[in-house]
Design a protein around this ligand. Sequence first.
Ligand code: HEM
Length: 489
Amino acid sequence: MDLPSDAGSSLLWIFLCSALVWGVCRTVYRLVTNPLSSIPGPQFSKCSSIVLTYKWWFGRRAPYVDSLHKKYGPIVRVAPNEVHINDLSATREIHKVGGRYLKSKWYETLVPPGIVNVFTVSDPNYHSALRRLLAGPIADNQVKVFEPLVTSRVRLAISRIGEELERRGAADVFKWWLFFATDVIGELSFGDSFRMLETGKKNQYILDLERVSSLQAVRTTFPSLLRFSRYVPLPMFRSAYESGKRIGLYAHQSVERYKKLLQVEPNYPKTLFTRFYNAGKEGLSDAEIRNGAVGYIVAGSDTTAITLTYLTWAVCRHPEVQEKLVAELQSLPEDFTDKHLRELPYLSNVINETLRLYSSVPSALPRVVPPEGATLAGYYLPPGTTVCTQAYSLHRDPTIFPDPERFNPERWDNPTKEMNYAFMPFGGGSRICLGLHLARMELRLAVAHFYRAYPTARISTKEGMSDEDMKPKMYFLMSPAGHRCLIEA
Ligand code: HEM
């Protein structure tokens, strides 16, 4: 029997209204009964992560979350299933060695699709197998083997900076520190590098590395779309896809080059990856080796270069710091080594203060609450909740670091227990940076040689260089907005 059309449209209206009421009631019920609903935070974060995503997209997530901590306290709900914590004991619990808070799957979206390596993997067993193979040669008591190579690359960087100063009247230290860090990690990982310091020109490889940070926003926000990006006609998807593909290709070429070197010369000097190739029974596939290489290329170059760039910039802007640092460095013997540098207290203070205020990994390190749930910072968090800490906030807690925005190396003269706990530029626990001892050695040698060569270095205003260039864009990695830092000497 056909209903009269009036009755039909009334039924449709009743159905639509009921669906709407049901949807609203269900959302309200979920909002009220969600165990995270009592956690402080903006109202909209209960229903959507849109504001967080917006801030992330424009490289402002870390300061935004920090402003929420200032307003709401040490625990803040930032999205329906995500909280941020800025509390020392909770942070130590989340990042302790052997802890149960695994890396969230979000890490897999940070790198090109299909890449799983020691940095991205969440499975704790696979992670510790990879870490066991990599940890030996990069441990603190082992990295000195690599000191001659690092020193020779620092010397080359310093002389190339000198040539550019003469030719151009200013030198772009961001460029040279990136060439330096990328050559070092290339040679240490694969026995050879792209020899950026020698060629002295930005090639596609360097352009890809420079863009790693901003492309992370595209990757993590639209991970599924990126898989189909070769068909999506938007330039940003295409360039994220293509740059990811190229970085994979560089890694592949580097691994193949090293294998060839080994065929010709089986006793070719050991690299950071030697045990990957010799994994024998543990057997790593070519794809696993290539994925490991992608991790080292990205994790080992930008981070060190950005730290060195902000250090140079910050020291040059603080003449009293520069004077004290230069005086300490000038007390070194001509043939100084890293052993001498390890004993210089002010150099160590300056490096720590740079890592605090200009952390090159400033933003969220997302972890997942384990199956038994957890109570952190006084609130119950159900299993599966994403819980983040960020160096940006830990390093700016005024109760731990008074006057936190001030670049003040002296604060490290006598660090408190809380300062040491809150200081996490290299992450923490089982997932702490594998390259931290290498990175610290690179930083010490580069800073010492630079300020001995150019004791009166200052920030240039040539070619429109200004503080605007150094405004940080913060994705997972931070980088200077202008992609340059010009100095004169
Ligand atoms: C100043 C320089 C550096 C900084 C600030 C830095 C910072 C970090 C941070 C914060 C993490 C932890 C990320 C997380 O928990 O999500 C990390 C992990 C890692 N870093 Fe570094 N890093 C630096 C240099 C290096 C270098 C030179 C290498 C090269 C060997 C490297 C290799 C790695 C690896 C492989 C991981 C993953 C470790 C794991 O999950 O077990 N890093 N780094």
